[in-house]
Design a protein around this ligand. Structure first.
Ligand SMILES: [Mn+2]
Length: 369
């Protein structure tokens, strides 16, 4: 049963006690972990092991992409191996739903106590302890807050992992949810010798040729819909193969269409391994709610950043989505205010409700997962 308290004040002591119980903790971010999921996991594992508490980060080394330089990456255990360990609890980080946890670990969610720490507004609270803070810019900042609450140790490795989580999810302290506390978190982490310039170069300033080749293809695929209010890029299986580069290795591709001036919506359609399905990354500007489109396809995320998998081949998926989003923008223009908020239908009554919801949700996340 999910625990009832939801405020950090009530949950932090509970979580600290949960993590201090003897026994091996499995720590897992969402599958294909990004900087935040992996940084939060490494940071938490590190602070626990510094105290002599056994903890293992479950992640597929092949999926680490750009963040595989972090100290501790070499010690991750694949989810399949991790599932066989005699763990006593599992900590899920930055995972918007239970099925975002790597598949081999999912049965463990039924039989082990689960701590669910996340900042996705769509998180359905699938743990025994659920600390969900949609107004936090990153899960890594939440882990920092927990560490500070519990007075647990930090060192450079832990601080660099959390730093990477914070900067990747806040766009280097720039997106909406960058708060005074985010900067205090950053300032505190720097005290442990975080190599900021080196990390910045690793993440944003130095790419293998294959990554640039994939970006070139992404630029080449650029189209704009709805009078340049929607920027779209498309990467096919052939693009990834020809570039010799995966999407994880070139994380910020969505910034290409997002950088189109005056655009409200950025879309990246891409083909991953599966046949007959298309993945979609979504970024929005105010007042559009990215989760509305993602939820339509059982995806999820934040108001400004979300994603989903569309059960249709590439061209058909694009045609479907184009119809939906162009219709939204027409409604938006017609109503003077955007109805593009979370909601099932767009009847006049529901548009009103949608606008109310929108007003309530204005300050919500502006972040990648
Ligand atoms: Mn995140």
């Amino acid at each position: 049963m999910p625990s009832s308290p939801s405020s950090a004040r009530a949950l932090l002591p509970q979580l600290a006690a949960f993590l201090q119980q003897p026994g091996l903790k499995l720590i897992a971010g969402h599958m294909r972990p990004d900087g935040d999921a992996f940084g939060a996991a490494l940071g938490l594992a590190r602070t626990l092991t510094l105290q002599g508490q056994p903890a293992v980060v479950a992640a597929d080394p092949a999926e680490l992409g750009l963040v595989n330089f972090l100290e501790g990456s070499e010690a991750v255990v694949t989810p399949a191996e991790a599932a066989k360990l005699p763990a006593t609890a599992i900590v899920c980080l930055d995972a918007g739903t239970a099925d975002r946890i790597p598949e081999p670990l999912q049965p463990l969610l039924q039989r082990l106590p689960v701590a669910n720490i996340d900042h996705h507004r769509t998180n359905p609270r699938f743990g025994q302890i659920n600390w969900i803070e949609p107004r936090m810019g990153s899960t890594s900042e939440m882990i920092w807050r927990l560490i500070r609450h519990a007075r647990w140790p930090l060192d450079r490795a832990a601080a660099e992992a959390l730093w990477v989580g914070v900067i990747t999810d806040t766009g280097r302290f720039a997106y909406d949810l960058t708060t005074p506390r985010t900067l205090r978190c950053g300032a505190d982490l720097l005290r442990y010798g975080v190599r900021t310039a080196w990390i910045n170069d690793r993440l944003y300033g130095s790419f293998e040729r294959k990554v640039l080749e994939l970006k070139r293809r992404a630029f080449q695929s650029l189209e704009t819909w709805a009078d340049d209010r929607i920027g779209v890029i498309t990467l096919t299986r052939d693009d990834f193969a020809a570039a010799g580069c995966t999407k994880t290795e070139a994380e910020d591709l969505i910034e290409i269409p997002r950088s189109l001036r005056n655009s409200l919506l950025a879309l990246l359609f891409y083909q991953a391994g599966e046949e007959g399905v298309t993945r979609l990354s979504i970024r929005t500007r105010e007042p559009l709610d990215a989760t509305r489109l993602a939820l339509r396809y059982h995806g999820g995320g934040h108001i400004r950043a979300a994603g989903c998998t569309i059960p249709a081949p590439l061209l058909e998926a694009k045609a479907q989505v184009r119809k939906i989003v162009e219709e939204w923008l027409r409604e938006s223009a017609a109503s003077g205010q955007s109805p593009v908020t979370s909601g099932e239908t767009t009847s006049p009554q529901n548009i009103g409700k949608g606008i109310e919801k929108l007003k309530g949700g204005k300050k919500a996340p502006a972040l990648p997962s």
